[in-house]
Write a protein that binds this ligand. Structure first.
Ligand code: TXA
Ligand code: MG
Length: 347
């Protein structure tokens, strides 16, 4: 398949009449799949009402069919077409966080979207992305768009169009290149079907931010416990892993450097995931800087690109610094530990 690649300017005031957005919307109406930028990561969109279109997403990504997709909308009115029994606190969340990196899991309206989107579940995950291209595309196509991250299953999510091209060129109809995404980690997935909402996947909106507007929110504890099945189907899969084995180190830069020295003595080529503040503490074969420790959103925004860049360096083993687990640090550590397959070393 010949994949069309279009560069579109996010700041174009007339996005809804942009010829490339119109052509992309036409492809979506014809049940083809198109990758587009959101504020979190690039998504791979398809008409959520068509099982034929949604099947193409699973095929292009190599995604297991029991892992449901998020439906993306551009107006809150679209929500009542696909979800029912929406609790009152959800209105508060929508006012505060939409458009934005918060996905709400709600009771699905029967027959509203194809069966494949929700992988047979009775709930549906919905979000309104905060990105001008994503919003224009959904409005022009006039369809709710099912969209997972636009990576091959198991790889880090794409934060620039180059990542999408690497993974999916030749496998999908088109890619809209709108530059880098911003947040850099996926949306927070919040199950709103229980009395106390539960975070199924930490992400761009933090637990603290949610609690500040609706009070108590819990977090799916199986995310942190070995041998427990997470409530969100997608969280059970290995993800985000670079090709070389990654270990997360809880300790000082001096301790991490001693680990590097040991591996180098054994003849291995070693990579280190460091930060602006600590990069000069390491003598490794490749040291990559992932943002500023003092500014965790900058770490989130660069993490996937750094994990992918290690694949271009010839290292045998990677050590990563760890991060505080509050605020956006919760999502950073969740992704980093998954990328490491939970391999950790404590000082
Ligand atoms: O930021 C994001 O959320 C990005 C952009 C493209 O919007 N999308 C994304 O989609 O990360 P994906 O498919 O890579 O991850 C969706 C997650 C998976 O962990 C999936 O299992 C979970 O949401 N999910 C979807 N529907 C669900 C449901 N009904 N109940 C529980 N979890 C659900
Ligand atoms: Mg994904």
């Amino acid at each position: 398949m010949d994949t069309k690649i279009w560069v579109v300017n996010n700041f174009d005031e007339q996005l809804e009449s942009n010829p490339q957005i119109i052509e992309a919307a036409k492809l979506l109406s014809n049940n083809e799949v198109v990758a587009f930028p959101t504020e979190t990561v690039y998504g791979l969109g398809a008409n959520a009402s068509s099982d034929e279109a949604v099947a193409k997403i699973f095929e292009a990504k190599g995604r297991p069919s029991d892992n449901p997709l998020i439906v993306h909308i551009a107006h809150s009115e679209q929500l009542t077409n696909i979800a029912v029994d929406i609790p009152e606190f959800v209105d508060v969340l929508i006012k505060e966080f939409w458009p934005g990196p918060l996905t709400l899991v709600l009771k699905k309206k029967n027959g509203a979207v194809g069966e494949k989107v929700t992988a047979g579940l009775e709930t549906i995950a919905v979000r309104m992305p905060d990105h001008p291209i994503a919003l224009a595309l959904i409005k022009v196509a006039n369809l709710p768009l099912a969209a997972p991250s636009a990576n091959l299953s198991g790889k880090p999510s794409p934060t620039v169009a180059k990542h999408v091209i690497t993974d999916l060129n030749g496998r999908i109809s088109a890619i809209i290149d709108g530059g880098s995404t911003g947040v850099g980690l996926e949306s927070t997935v919040l199950d709103c079907t229980a009395d106390i909402p539960v975070i199924l996947r930490p992400g761009g909106v933090t637990k603290e931010q949610l609690e500040a507007v609706i009070g108590q929110v819990s977090i799916d504890h199986s995310l942190f416990e070995e041998g427990q099945a997470p409530k969100s189907p997608g969280m059970k899969y290995t993800h985000y892993a670079p090709k070389s084995p990654l270990t997360v180190v809880f300790g000082s830069p001096q301790f991490l450097q001693r680990l590097v020295d040991k591996q180098k003595m054994a003849g291995l080529r070693v990579g280190v995931l460091a930060t602006e503040e600590t990069k000069d503490s390491y003598q490794a074969d490749t040291t990559l800087v992932c943002g500023l420790r003092a500014d965790l959103p900058s770490v989130a925004s660069q993490l996937y690109d750094v994990l992918r860049t290690f694949d271009e360096k010839s290292v045998d083993i990677i050590y990563s610094e760890s991060f505080p687990q509050d605020g956006v640090g919760q999502a950073i550590m969740n992704r980093l530990l998954k990328a490491a397959g939970n391999e950790v070393i404590h000082e």
